[in-house]
Design a protein around this ligand. Structure first.
Ligand SMILES: Cc1cc2nc3c(=O)[nH]c(=O)nc-3n(C[C@H](O)[C@H](O)[C@H](O)COP(=O)(O)O)c2cc1C
Ligand SMILES: [Mn+2]
Length: 485
């Protein structure tokens, strides 16, 4: 299945978006809140992608690209899919495409645009880049929101790229925040267990395909590079980092190379607060987030940072459709759940399912709906940060919250339709975690599974829906249109 256009790197992507008329270049905006406010206001309308240049106090050319995937068409471009269909159709195509995933490993090349300009050791200066303070209560300047954090598993040698946020702490240090359970964190902990620093490269502007891979929970245990290569239909070209030997995308805009020492060796700093994807500021923490010691910064001429600040739902973060639902859908299929006709999310849903996940099924047997709900609440894509899982019949439009609420309100007998599962893996950004849980770093929470399907045992007797079919309505409207419009 081929998409509309192909792009090789971030600059190609921006050029295509510009040709479509979906790009605005904004000059003289302030890194302190103004870029964040403009990004939020435009994203809320599912508006243009924004390229900020001549940021206040910064030279021309040091640019930030925001709201890149904020329209269905731009999200579809990213996924390599036709973008003229409805959002659920794009999600369905994405799920089907995922089913054909085959690893396409990267190829190493000798040189890349990323090495055009360099700052090494004492010349390293992270303040050279116009990192925004995105929201009013943010505790610092976040250089990495659309970041790709590259690490290597010291045992298996598998290379991981994860989207983990980064806050500038000094001219040559930044905090990098992979949460517990994330692959990058697991890699780091393996180095630290042996008293060693973890080599790391952080990309701050790169191919959108890599961004997608780094920020989701794709159906694979291999490298995100292999996933991005598959999505692009050709291997990602990488160059070797001088200090770490890690593979760096040859066309990256900015790559920061260095290491994450064990907590005993450097004090882990204060990090946050930060306005997060669930629409709240999570509190500041001290000693939880590793500190990266930067040895080198490589960057292209006129580098473009990728800026993906979390936005309060339902603003797209970072995609115009909940791409993470395609991943949950794929994982449910792989878990052997039959009859799924759609997966959707109303809160979050960018990288995974989010805390309000809806699954539509064609019920095939007694217990099918509960089985679906339990699987959705516990597969990797549905577990992290999940809270409510709603299972509905396939006649419900799951992209419409009113329809979903109608199904819950009318098809549930509350006593038998709801179940609570205690103590499932969640995320630190869940604002409902109690202060005590936060203090003990118990990042788990309960799930509610809502079976909002017609009860299987008597579904044939369930009262019929009081609405005309879309086809009949269309045919009547056609005849009467000029009288009622
Ligand atoms: C823009 C963006 C920012 C993210 N920021 C973080 C973050 O700061 N920390 C984190 O643990 N996960 C963050 N995530 C989610 C992870 O990237 C996601 O869970 C991913 O699957 C992690 O990759 P891994 O499984 O290789 O660890 C972010 C996702 C996106 C799309
Ligand atoms: Mn990973």
């Amino acid at each position: 299945m081929q998409g509309e256009r192909e792009f090789e790197d971030l600059r190609d992507f921006i050029e295509i978006v510009d040709r479509w008329g979906e790009l605005r270049i904004l000059e003289q905006a302030d890194w302190d809140l103004e870029i964040g406010a403009l990004t939020e206001a435009v994203a809320e309308k599912k508006g243009h992608a924004l390229l900020f240049d001549r940021v206040k106090g910064y030279p021309v050319g040091f640019r930030i690209f925001t709201n890149p995937f904020g329209s269905v068409r731009r999200t579809a471009l990213l996924l390599g899919l036709p973008g003229d269909g409805e959002a659920l159709a794009v999600s369905d195509l994405w799920r089907k495409k995922l089913a054909s995933f085959k690893a396409v490993p990267p190829v190493e090349v000798r040189d890349g645009a990323v090495f055009e300009l360099q700052m090494i050791d004492k010349d390293v200066d992270l303040w050279k880049f116009p990192s925004p303070r995105w929201h009013e209560l943010d505790g610092g300047r976040y250089i990495g929101t659309g970041a790709g954090v590259i690490t290597r598993d010291p045992e298996t040698n598998v290379v991981n790229i994860g989207a983990y946020r980064c806050m500038v702490q000094s001219h040559n240090t930044m905090s990098v925040k992979p949460n517990k359970g994330k692959h990058g964190r697991i890699h780091m902990e393996k180095y630290h267990a042996n008293g060693r620093s973890c080599p790391v490269v952080v990309c701050l502007g790169h191919d959108p395909a890599l961004m997608l891979a780094a920020g989701s929970a794709p159906p694979f245990t291999l490298s995100e590079y292999d996933f991005a290569g598959w999505l692009k239909g050709r291997p990602v070209r990488v160059v070797k980092g001088e200090f770490t030997g890690l593979p760096i995308p040859a066309d990256a805009e900015i790559a920061v190379e260095g290491e994450l020492p064990p907590p005993g060796e450097v004090a882990w700093p204060r990090e946050g607060p930060f306005g997060e994807w669930l629409g709240y500021f999570t509190p500041s923490a001290v000693g939880e987030v590793p500190l990266m010691q930067v040895r080198a910064i490589y960057y292209r001429k006129d580098p473009i940072m990728l800026g993906l600040p979390p936005l309060k739902p339902p603003a797209p973060f970072p995609y115009a459709i909940p791409v993470g639902c395609g991943i949950v859908w794929d994982q449910l299929e792989k878990a052997g759940i039959p009859g799924i006709t759609g997966v959707w999310s109303f809160v979050g849903g960018g990288g995974a399912g989010g805390p309000f996940l809806v699954v539509a099924i064609k019920q095939l047997y007694a217990g099918h709906a509960k089985q679906t709900g339990m699987a959705a609440a516990s597969c990797r894509g549905g577990a992290l940060g999940g809270k409510f899982v709603v299972v509905v019949d396939d006649d419900v439009d799951i992209t419409n919250p009113q329809e979903v609420i109608w199904a819950i309100a009318t098809r549930c007998e509350v006593g038998r339709a709801t179940d609570i599962v205690q103590g499932v893996w969640t995320t630190r950004s869940d604002p409902s975690l109690s202060p005590a849980q936060r203090a003990s770093r118990n990042y788990s929470s309960n799930r509610m599974i809502i079976d909002a399907c017609r009860p299987y045992e008597w579904k044939e007797e369930f009262p019929a829906v009081n609405a005309f079919s879309a086809e009949y309505k269309q045919s009547v409207l056609k005849r009467w249109r000029d009288r009622i419009d």
